[in-house]
Each structure stands twice: as structure tokens, then as C-alpha cells.
Design a protein around this ligand. Structure first.
Ligand code: ZN
Length: 283
């Protein structure tokens, strides 16, 4: 092989290694949007103060598995898998909402050839039960949490914030990466960014994922529950900090407009009906 052909061959091999994710690659390859339950309420106006009073409503619930060239990240963990055994779901003590989980997250992951143990990076938008329901499955992963959320979850009064302390047992004494404000670049190449978005809970956060074909997508968590709330700057009556929730919406709208980022609203069933679900994936 002459030296020019040798160089060309090396360049091609490098390119192929990058594509196959053999350690040298970068960027998001694909994202699986996983159905992670459903929540029904007898009065949706708690989420949309002043509108739809006394009307029942339903929220979807999703988990997102991001396949980056350097590893896997799970965002949100949905309603608990154990609810799959309850065909009528689990109703809260006040009788206002019922949570369902028709297909366990472990089964959805298995369908795409993934076990919880191989996921290296894990973050939740926040720590409420419909996002932390299966967190304990991911104790092998590095957990990323804003400092204010960490202090609320692992501090003396998690119940004060409507957090269920046992949902986080797998992370006691384990690797938690506490984020002290500002953006966090998970893989170091700008492809997956955790952004603080406080208000719904003290340390709520959102995730920006740079999909190779779709472009940048922001995964909302509960920054807003519906596209309606995003468009009309509507904040639920039960948020931890209502004025801060409004300021977060303003800041993220500005960011998304400036960077051409779309917002995917985790609980909005209508919007998610248009997004391909696992085992299919988005790119
Ligand atoms: Zn939620």
C-alpha cells in the first residue's frame, strides 16, 4: 500500500469507528421515547388555573433513552413498574388522580436490548413520583441533580416537597453528581445539556438533546404540563414557586427561539401522539 492509500485507509477507518460508536465518536445517534404511564384527573383546572374547572383530563407520561456515541442516558423514569399489576391503576388518597403503568419500563428497555445496569447516565426532570417511580433501577448510573433538588430529596423533610424518600434508596451512598447552577454538558460535546429550570420543584431541570436529523429538542419535564401552558404561560396552583415558574418559562422561550430548539412536553398526550414511540426511535 503506498503512503497516500494508507492515509486514506486510516481516515476511512477513523470515520467508521466514529459511526459505530467505538469510543472515538461524538454526538447523539438516536433517542427512544418510551411510554412510561398515564395519569388521569377528575379536575384538570389544578394544572390550568381558571380554565376547564371541574373537567376531567388525562396526561401521558414518558421516559427518554438517549443513545450517544459515548454511552446511554435515561431521562425520567415514569410511574412505578409495580403499577402494571393494577389494571385499575392507583388512586391517590384524596381521590383526585389515578396513575397507570400498563407496560413496565424494564420490559420496554428489554425490547430494545437494554438492561438498566448498562445505562451510565441518569437524570430526572424532578423528583415527583411520576418521574422517579423507577429511579431505584438505575443505581449503577451517575445521577445528575440540581443542588436545590438534592437538598430537598436527601434532606430532613422530603415529604414537604411531595417527594417519596424510598424512591431514591439506590442512590444513598452512591454516585450523585450535584449540579450547582448553570448548564451541564453530559458528554462534553454539547450534544446533551442539562439546564436548570426551577419553579415546579426547587431544583427542576430540563434536557436539551441535539438529535442528528430533527435538530435540538428540549424535554420539558414538568416545566409545563401541556403545550397550552407553554403557549399561555400557565403555571399550576401547586407549584413550589409560582413566580419563579413563570420566569423559567420566559427564559426557556427566549433560549428556544434563539437556538431553534423545539419543546417536547412530557405530559402532553396530543403532542406525543405525533412522536414515534419505542421500540421505534427518533433521530
Ligand atoms: Zn409529572
Amino acid at each position: 500500500m503506498n503512503s497516500r492509500r494508507a492515509l486514506a485507509w486510516i481516515a476511512m477507518a477513523t470515520l467508521l469507528a466514529g459511526c459505530a460508536g467505538m469510543g472515538g465518536g461524538s454526538g447523539v445517534e438516536r433517542m427512544y421515547v418510551i411510554n412510561c404511564g398515564e395519569n388521569r384527573t377528575n379536575d384538570i383546572s389544578r394544572w390550568t388555573p381558571g380554565v376547564n374547572v371541574g373537567k376531567p383530563g388525562a396526561f401521558g407520561n414518558h421516559c427518554y433513552l438517549i443513545q450517544h456515541a459515548k454511552g446511554l442516558m435515561l431521562w425520567d423514569s415514569g410511574n412505578p413498574d409495580r403499577l402494571a399489576a393494577l389494571p385499575n391503576g392507583l388512586t391517590n388518597p384524596a381521590g383526585t388522580t389515578t396513575a397507570f403503568m400498563r407496560k413496565p419500563l424494564v420490559e420496554s428497555l428489554k425490547e430494545i436490548g437494554v438492561t438498566p445496569a448498562v445505562i451510565q447516565h441518569f437524570a430526572m426532570s424532578h423528583s415527583h413520583g411520576d418521574h422517579s417511580g423507577n429511579a431505584n433501577l438505575f443505581g449503577n448510573a451517575t445521577l445528575y441533580m440540581q443542588e436545590a433538588e438534592y437538598n430537598a430529596v436527601f434532606g430532613p423533610e422530603p415529604q414537604k416537597y411531595n417527594f417519596i424518600p424510598s424512591n431514591f434508596d439506590a442512590f444513598r451512598g452512591k454516585t450523585v453528581r450535584v449540579l450547582k447552577g448553570g448548564d451541564h454538558d453530559v458528554f462534553g460535546d454539547g450534544a446533551v445539556i442539562i439546564k436548570p429550570a426551577p419553579g415546579h420543584t426547587p431544583g427542576h431541570q430540563v434536557l436539551v438533546v441535539r438529535l442528528p436529523k430533527t435538530g435540538p429538542v428540549m424535554l420539558s419535564g414538568d416545566m409545563v404540563h401541556l403545550v397550552y401552558s407553554w403557549e399561555n404561560r400557565v403555571v399550576p396552583s401547586f407549584n413550589f414557586d409560582i413566580p419563579q415558574s413563570g420566569r423559567t418559562i420566559d427564559a426557556m422561550k427566549e433560549y428556544n427561539a434563539r437556538t431553534g430548539t423545539q419543546l417536547w412536553v412530557n405530559h402532553d398526550m396530543e403532542q406525543h401522539a405525533k412522536i414515534p414511540k419505542s421500540p421505534a426511535f427518533v433521530q
